[in-house]
Design a protein around this ligand. Sequence first.
Ligand SMILES: Nc1ncnc2c1ncn2[C@@H]1O[C@H](COP(=O)(O)OP(=O)(O)OP(=O)(O)O)[C@@H](O)[C@H]1O
Ligand SMILES: [Mg+2]
Length: 239
Amino acid sequence: MEQRNEVILSVRDLSVSYDHITVLRGINLEVRRGEIVVLVGANGAGKTTVMETILGVNVPDSGSVNFEGRNITRTPVDKNVRDGITLVPEGRGAFASMSVIDNLLLGAHHELKRVDKKLDFVFHVFPILKARKKQVAGTLSGGERQMLVIARALMSIPRMIMVDEPSIGLAPMVVNTIFDILVKLNKEGYSILLAEQNVCRALKCAHRAYVLEAGRVIREGRAEDLLNDPGIRAAYLGV
Ligand SMILES: Nc1ncnc2c1ncn2[C@@H]1O[C@H](COP(=O)(O)OP(=O)(O)OP(=O)(O)O)[C@@H](O)[C@H]1O
Ligand SMILES: [Mg+2]
């Protein structure tokens, strides 16, 4: 039995630059099994870079990433996906000209065994995608497309899902649906690292949070505490 509260992801002193411009400066963060952890920060703070570096898209200048006790710092993306990490990218990058079902099958491309079982599971979580499985992804609504990219990520049977700005540009009702889905997935056992601009909503559903500013973690703590913190409220909640 997996131990609860076990650290599943550990990022230590992580620094990353693009073309010699440093964008992450000594980031430390952790995700424990069963947690929703949110990264909060303004545009350009480095949220996407943190997630992409964990996944293996970027090679860090220094520091380390450990997942389930293994050092994965310079491990390629496909191996990390095979080993249980996935990223739902910013911008809902579904393949617009492909059907819903083909987008989902792409998410399982590294392991096509038991694909029917995986499809049954994502159709159980997202019945709307089952109803629309033959529809071309480009004609889905924004909310449906966000569900599709989350579902596609689930097709790789991850244990930790990173979700980058899922609510951006969606109507409030749809934002609620997406957050409800993330909470439901978390209750089913998925550990979640979330980046969000919708700070209030994200802090309400997360267990813990890190505040990023210009590539550094400037605050961290229980989501509930940050939600009630006057400094955080003034800077990120506009109250
Ligand atoms: N491929 C790249 N090449 C050069 N600079 C980059 C690249 N990707 C990101 N940056 C820069 O790195 C910094 C951090 O960007 P990042 O996308 O990680 O921020 P973010 O917190 O996700 O922002 P947003 O909320 O707008 O998505 C920014 O200054 C950005 O311009
Ligand atoms: Mg981003």
